[in-house]
Structure formats: C-alpha cells, structure tokens
Design a protein around this ligand. Structure first.
Ligand code: SAH
Ligand code: SF4
Length: 360
C-alpha cells in the first residue's frame, strides 16, 4: 500500500526529492499546495512539472475525508462526521472560542479531533468505546480533519482553527507515533502552523506515554480524563485505572509538569451518584493542588443506551464550590453542543445505528 503524502514530514520529503534528482525548492512548493492551498489533487499543483506530479502520484496517495454528515450552524458548535477510505466513520467538533475558557478572541475556534476508529479502553460512560476498537488513524487522517474543516471555510488567509484538542474518538496515547507525526506537521511552520501551546492532548491516563510526551521537544499541552479522584471511584468507571492506578498516573503527571513547566488540566465529568458526592471533592482538590493543575468540571452528556445521568444544576454547583474551597482553579463547563451530540463518539454511534436499522 502506498503511504499518503501527509504521512511524512518535510525532512522525509526532502530526502525523497533528492533521490529523485528534484530541486529542493520544489519541496516548499509542494508543502504550500498541501498545507497552504489545501488542494485535494495533484493536477491542481500547476507550478510543479508534470513528470514530478506523475512521480508523486506513483509513490503516494493524496487522501481527503468525505463529509457524510454535518450538524450545527456557523456561529455555534459544529459537528462533522467523516468517512475514511475504508468506509470507517470518525468525527471532529468545531467549537467557537469561549473567551472565559481560553482567553481568545471570539472569532477563534477550537477543533476537537479523533485519533482512532472506536476505542479499546471501554470507559463505562463513553460512546466511543461501546463498539470496541477498530483501528488507529494514520497521521494524514488526523491532519486531514483540520484541513477539511478549513476547506469548508475556504479562506486560506484567515485560519479558522487556532486551538486543537485531541479529545475526539479514541485514546490518542494508544496511537502515539501517528499522533506525534500528525501534531508535528500541524505545528510546523511549513504546515498549518498551529502553536504547540494551542494543542492539548487528552488521555484516560496512559502513564508511560505521558512521560514520553514530556520528553518531546514541543510544548504540547496535557489534559487528564480523571473522572475519579480515588482508585475506588475511578476503577469503577475506567478500566484503565487498574493498569495505571492513581499513584502511577500522578507520578507520570508530576514528571510532565516538572519537565515542561506547564500547567495540566484535570477533566472531571460529573455523573449523578457516581463521582459527584461532595465527599469526593477534597480528594480532587488535593490531587489538583499536588499537581498544580486546573480542574475542568463537565456535566455528563447523556449517551443513548447507557444508564448514566448528569447531576442536577444544584448538585453541580455544590460540587464545584466544594472543590473551589481549597483555592483550586476550577471551572464548571456548561457544555456547548450538548444538543447536537457533541461529546465524543456520539454522532458516529447514532449514524451507525441508523444505518444498521435501515439495512434491516
Ligand atoms: N480517550 C481520551 C480522549 C477522548 S475522550 C480521553 O479519554 O481523554 C474526550 C473526553 O470526553 C474525555 O475526557 C472523556 O472522558 C469525555 N467524555 C466521554 N464521554 C462523555 C460524555 N458522555 N459526556 C461528557 N464527556 C464525555
Ligand atoms: Fe476511550 Fe477516552 Fe472514551 Fe475512555 S473516555 S472510552 S479512553 S475515548
């Protein structure tokens, strides 16, 4: 199978062009077509010699994502469902900037991207893991989510996406090498040029890869899907906690904070009767203090077919205040896109179920 042209970075491309006896300025021209103009065919690259285009076509694919469904409007959260070359479905969510959350201008957007088809980690509350894990996304499939969204906006001069969160379907740290290739390209000045500090990787807690991320040159940010501040609560809803219990996860996070000098975020979804008891709050606050971390509380987004519920607003506020009392930096995120299945994996699940029911 041919690799996709966006699976490799500038250095590898340079080496290829050298082998082919091509001038090095051609590399920059090609990169400009790929990431500047975001073209989707070799034919469009009209300043490259025909012979070179034919050569490229023989050696590489130039894949794009098929948009199969879109929900939401331009000034609200938009959700994109993509079909990949093998028919698999993944999703991306475009969220208008929340100045309170990121301190950005309101014309800016955060894009949430997927890294795997399905997920093997089976967190009990999550739609992405319901049908198990199918495969890893390639670097180009991760990158293309950003480019495809930019294409819908069609303004090469003004970028739509200035924040990336790796919080879509899948466990990014379980697809580490492809993820890093994708992020390095997305961050590169010859690529989409999204600042490393504007890219946040979210993980359910894969301790070894958290250390690996800490050792990378780039200052990518880290968010931990905590959801339980004691092993007892966490293990009940996140099987990964048996493999990497809180003590191990915490020391990996400490390593990251030490190496990077960057604040991390602890994500904590509030699920009624599971992790929202005020008695859990001091455990969460203690962990946040130890890691000097921000806490993001997110009311649970109901998943069809799962028993879990979001707590009442009253219970959400009580829990938030209980964490705050310890002087912790905490936000309660009244979730955007709640009405359009914006939480991870939900649009894909719904679409697959609808497709199945029409096949019957
Ligand atoms: N696998 C990674 C990244 C993808 S999940 C991780 O777990 O961090 C992105 C975030 O969405 C995680 O914090 C996850 O716990 C959360 N999430 C999953 N299902 C949700 C739901 N129904 N409502 C709210 N948040 C949810
Ligand atoms: Fe996978 Fe993250 Fe969902 Fe857990 S929360 S099942 S790790 S996508």
């Amino acid at each position: 199978m041919k690799p996709d042209i966006k699976d490799i970075g500038r250095e590898e491309l340079s080496a290829r062009f050298k082998e082919w006896g091509q001038k090095q300025y051609r590399v920059q021209q090609l990169l400009q077509w790929l990431y500047g103009q975001r073209v989707s065919s070799w034919e469009q690259m009209n300043n490259l010699p025909k012979a070179l285009r034919a050569h490229l076509n023989e050696a590489f694919t130039l894949g794009t994502l098929q948009s199969v469904r879109k929900q939401g409007s331009n000034d609200t959260t938009q959700k994109f469902l993509w079909q990949l070359a093998d028919g698999a479905l993944v999703e991306s969510v475009l969220i208008p900037a929340n100045p309170a959350l990121y301190g950005d201008r309101s014309d800016r957007h955060t894009l949430c991207v997927s890294t795997q088809v399905g997920c093997a980690y089976g967190c009990k509350f999550c739609a992405s893991g319901l049908d198990g894990w199918k495969r890893n996304l390639s670097p180009s499939e991760i990158i293309e989510q950003v480019l495809s969204v930019e294409r819908t906006h069609n303004d090469p001069k003004n970028k739509l996406v200035n924040n990336l969160v790796i919080m879509g379907m899948g466990e990014p740290m379980a697809n580490y090498d492809n993820l890093m290739r994708a992020l390095k390209t997305l961050n590169a000045d010859w690529g989409p040029n999204i600042g490393a500090r504007k890219i946040t990787v979210s993980t359910s807690g894969l301790a070894p890869q958290i250390r690996q991320l800490a050792d990378e040159q780039e200052q990518f940010r880290l968010a931990i899907s905590l959801h339980g501040a004691t092993d007892e609560v966490r293990s009940r809803i996140m099987p990964v906690n048996r493999r990497y219990p809180l003590s191990e996860l915490t020391t990996a996070c400490e390593y990251y904070v030490e190496r990077k000098g960057k604040m991390i975020t602890l994500e904590y979804i509030l699920i009624a009767g599971v992790n929202d008891h005020p008695a859990e709050a001091p455990h969460l606050a203690r962990l946040a203090k130890r890691l000097n971390a921000k806490v993001n509380l997110i009311p649970y987004n109901k998943v069809e077919g799962l028993e879990w519920e979001r707590p009442t607003e009253n219970a959400q506020n009580t829990f938030t205040e209980a964490v705050q009392q310890d002087g912790i930096n905490v936000t309660l995120r009244r979730e955007k896109g709640h009405d359009i299945d914006a939480a991870c994996g939900q649009l894909r699940l719904k679409t697959e179920r609808e497709l199945k029911s029409t096949e019957r």
